[in-house]
Design a protein around this ligand. Structure first.
Ligand code: ZN
Ligand code: ZN
Length: 411
């Protein structure tokens, strides 16, 4: 077995121009949801020529690529999401989105470029490891059409190499929250479960001047919205937080008409299975009770979204060591709290131990604390992080496959 010629991070740096060009092409032509034909084409073109076994999805534009090492051995999975968000870009960047109403505002364009980079780095080292690496290019992380990771799992993602992966890793860039180039990884729960609540209260419409002859759903909806906040504060342990945000209320057409029905929608974030189950059951009891108290009926549609993202403690520790060894201790943080955001890598991590890391990508000349955050039309992600992101993903796979002799580049 020959030792690698140069450090992984130096080799990744040589790919910077290529990865930046790929990222900017994807950024300029963002796509939404499960069907990302142009993005998929770019991934396939970028992987062309590498010694990979490539498969594409049926229900979605996914790409699954398998790299086999010198000898059979365990499988490690590396994941990038590829989809954009429904908003119009307002960054004014030269490579800004050319598609009105669609923008890579969560940095998934960088994830794709970093994973392509990792595939190149690992392909060059494939004689040095035993086992396989599965590269998962996933549409629809943002849940536009219902969650790309679970769809890829349903299409056999974990059988791609012939052996279930022993570990899975993903990297997510942040436009704020972290200084440029700093990684963060949290053992245990790192992101919330995200569920949806859709409520319709049925009453009996009538004249606004004579509510006693009608059954007005509007006051009941108002009561439900505030009762949900009381429910959160009185029925859940403050050390196991819950967020319920009603982001939409509907009902009525005119001020003197009592409508037949009214309703609202909420997002529900929980961090534990117990809180999630208590919420799912408790919400129904609470809202049915309020409706009944006013002589109304209610339909409660509680939709299970993404589960909480749980990083395996051993895998999170391995990832933190890899960051420290490659880039130094000042570039590795452990966040004190999980994020109330959600991430559908959680579905993969329910089946395979692994970890998701964050990487600060706020341009260093900007203040990362006040910078526009992910999902803002003004979010800016600096592509100078691409080589380090690619190097880290490759390093995680190599370490998990037992390659420990990577030379360390001086920081
Ligand atoms: Zn996002
Ligand atoms: Zn994202």
């Amino acid at each position: 077995m020959s030792a690698p010629r140069i450090a992984l991070s130096d080799e990744a740096r040589r790919m910077a121009a290529e990865l930046t060009a790929l990222r900017r092409e994807i950024h300029a032509e963002p796509e939404l949801g499960r069907r990302l034909p142009r993005t998929q084409r770019r991934v396939l073109d970028a992987l062309d020529g590498l010694p990979l076994e490539i498969g594409t999805g049926s229900a979605l534009s996914s790409v699954t690529a398998v790299l086999r090492g010198a000898r059979p051995g365990p499988t490690v999975l590396l994941r990038a999401d590829m989809d954009a968000l429904p908003l119009t870009e307002a960054t004014g960047l030269p490579y800004a989105s050319r598609v009105p109403g669609v923008m890579h505002a969560c940095g998934h364009d960088l994830h794709v470029a970093m994973l392509v980079g990792a595939a190149g780095l690992l392909a060059a080292r494939r004689t040095e490891f035993a086992g396989s690496v599965v590269f998962m290019f996933q549409p629809d992380e943002e849940g536009t059409d219902g969650g790309g990771a679970s769809a890829m799992l349903a299409e056999g993602l974990l059988d791609a190499s012939g052996g279930t992966p022993v570990a899975a890793y993903a990297l997510h860039v942040s436009a704020n929250r972290l200084p440029f180039g700093v990684f963060s990884v949290r053992p245990g729960t790192a992101a919330a479960a995200s569920d949806g609540l859709r409520v319709t209260v049925h009453g009996r419409g009538g004249h606004g001047s004579a509510p006693h002859r009608a059954a007005d759903p509007i006051p009941a909806v108002c009561e439900m919205v505030t009762a949900l906040q009381t429910f959160v504060t009185r029925r859940f342990d403050i050390r196991d937080p819950v967020v319920v945000t009603v982001g939409l209320i509907r009902g009525g057409t005119k001020r003197n008409i009592i409508p037949d029905e009214a309703g609202f929608e909420a997002t529900v974030r929980t961090f534990s299975t117990e809180a999630r189950e208590r919420m799912r059951e408790g919400v129904r009891t609470l809202l049915t009770g309020i409706a009944a108290a006013h002589g109304l009926t209610v339909e409660v549609d509680y939709h299970d979204g993404y589960p909480a993202l749980v990083n395996d403690p051993a895998e999170a520790a391995l990832a933190a060591r890899a960051v420290v060894d490659l880039f130094g201790p000042e570039r590795c943080l452990e966040p004190a709290h999980p994020t109330p955001g959600a991430e559908d890598m959680a579905f993969v991590l329910e089946r395979v131990p692994g970890t998701c890391l964050m990487l600060g990508a706020c341009p260093p000349q900007n203040d990362y604390v006040t910078a526009p955050q992910n999902h803002s039309s003004q979010a800016v992600f600096d592509d100078a992080v691409l080589p380090d992101g690619a190097a880290l993903l490759a390093q995680l796979a190599l370490r998990r496959l037992g390659v420990r002799d990577e030379p360390v580049s001086p920081a």
